[in-house]
Design a protein around this ligand. Structure first.
Ligand code: UD1
Length: 424
């Protein structure tokens, strides 16, 4: 298995181009299941999760055609002329929890869907009960059999007034897609407001859906007989941009995050500014400058958007491990999202966990070590810690990083990092 070797201690300077957002691209790809027309998606990132989703969609009969590549991101044409298979198999679903996003569209279009239940994952139990309850309220009959969700509806799904008891991103996306082909009006209250949900809603509007309240916690959808093809460009990845913003801060460097959309990142930029970095919003992206600056600890609590994203918690914890003073980092979204803590401690970090909070006391220097993590963002926090640490860090289990960071080593090396992939 590949690993990444980093020799730390170099301030990063330069420009990093930000790719299309993984967590927007995945639901957008599944939206192709809602129509027999062609959905063209531009600015698609080149990531393992995107390939996994492409394979899943092909197993349902979606024809895929990839154009271009390189700097402008790839363009993918998806056409589900017919859904040839309504079962999403365990082999593909187990690789990626976001596979559950095929459930709503296939059920809405075909009246039946059989999707392997995604298991728990490294960051918690992560059930999909809220997706299923909402579909039941829309008239579906749901059974769990042999590890599969079996969903059926006589005729079309029916519009309903749904209130999510807890904000769920993929839950909102699944139901939003299903509602576009339901009979009548669906109201989704306490909907997730993440930019990726808004990106999906905008694409569905371009496909002919009728949706009000986009970007708010109340989405109102009036179902249509059918949707049509459309073209859509995937929004920039705010978590990739945020991770590199932390790279600038943790190495006390200066990075321009090209294409980053600062309007989607204000919770993070506020924290970084309070910590002592200078943040400048420019036409071409976001400039993060921490050269010759002191970085201080800042308390952070994860919340649904527009609050501080849980997907940035591990990365800022690495930053605060090198900051002056203490920071309290509280995780409220996932119950088990501190697996990076023991690994950061192996690099010399001073962190204590009390229930859902971690007290991080900054140390003068982290020291390089062999480390590994069991999820994507935790792995990134170890890369960031390695960039700041004295000596050599080897991050193992790189396949987690390949799921979510496009050309990670190249992007960092271009800005002066001593980083390389060791192939096995
Ligand atoms: C999405 C993101 C993930 C991010 C997370 C929170 C994608 C592909 N993934 O994951 O990167 O960390 O949002 O911002 O977009 N829950 C239930 N029952 C459900 C659904 C969720 O109890 O049916 C709980 C979860 O266990 C978790 C919380 O609700 O504690 C939020 O989860 P959710 O927003 O659904 O996360 P995902 O959509 O899986």
């Amino acid at each position: 298995m590949d690993s990444i070797r980093i020799r730390g201690g170099r301030p990063l300077k330069g420009t990093i181009p930000i790719s299309g957002a993984k967590n927007a691209a995945l639901p957008l790809m599944t939206a192709s299941l809602l129509t027999d027309g062609t959905l063209t998606l531009a600015n698609l990132p080149h990531l393992v999760d995107i390939t996994t989703m492409a394979n899943l969609l092909m197993s349902h009969g979606v024809a895929l055609h990839m154009n271009g590549g390189g700097k402008g991101g790839r363009v993918l044409e998806l056409r589900a002329r017919e859904i040839t298979n309504t079962t999403a198999h365990y082999d593909l679903v187990r690789k990626m929890r976001a596979s559950i996003l095929v459930l709503g569209p296939i059920l809405a279009r075909e009246g039946q869907a059989r999707v392997s239940l995604p298991g728990g994952c490294a960051i918690g139990a992560r059930p999909v009960d809220l997706h299923l309850k909402a579909l039941e309220q829309m008239g579906a009959t749901i059974a769990i059999d042999g590890g599969y969700v079996e969903a059926r509806v006589d005729g079309r799904l029916k519009g309903a007034h749904l209130v999510f008891p807890q904000v769920t991103v993929t839950g909102t996306e699944n139901i939003l897609m299903a509602a576009t082909l339901a009979d009548g009006e669906t109201i989704i209250d306490n909907a997730a407001r993440e930019p990726e949900v808004t990106d999906l809603a905008n694409c569905l509007l371009a496909m002919g859906a009728e949706i009000e309240g986009v970007g708010t916690p109340r989405l109102v959808v009036r179902g249509k007989e059918s949707l049509h093809g459309a073209s859509h460009s995937v929004l920039p990845d705010r978590i990739e941009a945020g991770s590199y913003a932390v790279a600038a801060a943790i190495t006390r460097g200066r990075l321009l995050l090209q294409h980053a959309d600062a309007s989607q990142m204000s919770a993070l930029t506020k924290v970084l500014a309070a910590a002592g970095a200078e943040i400048t919003v420019r036409d071409d992206g976001l400039l993060v400058d921490a050269e010759n600056r002191e970085i201080r600890g800042v308390d952070v609590m994860t919340e649904p958007h527009p609050g501080f994203p849980t997907d940035m918690q591990a990365q800022v914890m690495a930053l605060f491990a090198t900051a002056r003073g203490a920071a309290m980092v509280t995780e409220t979204i996932f119950e088990n999202r501190f697996m990076h803590v023991p690994e950061l401690k192996r690099m010399g970090a001073d962190i204590n966990i009390h229930n859902g909070s971690a007290i991080v006391r900054g140390v003068a220097r982290l020291s390089g070590a062999p480390v590994m993590a069991t999820d994507l963002r935790a792995s990134m926090s170890l890369v960031l810690a390695g960039l700041a640490a004295e000596g050599e860090t080897v991050v193992n289990r790189v396949y987690h990083l390949d799921r979510g960071y496009e050309r990670l080593e190249q992007k960092l090396a271009a800005c002066g990092a001593a980083i390389e992939r060791l192939r096995d």
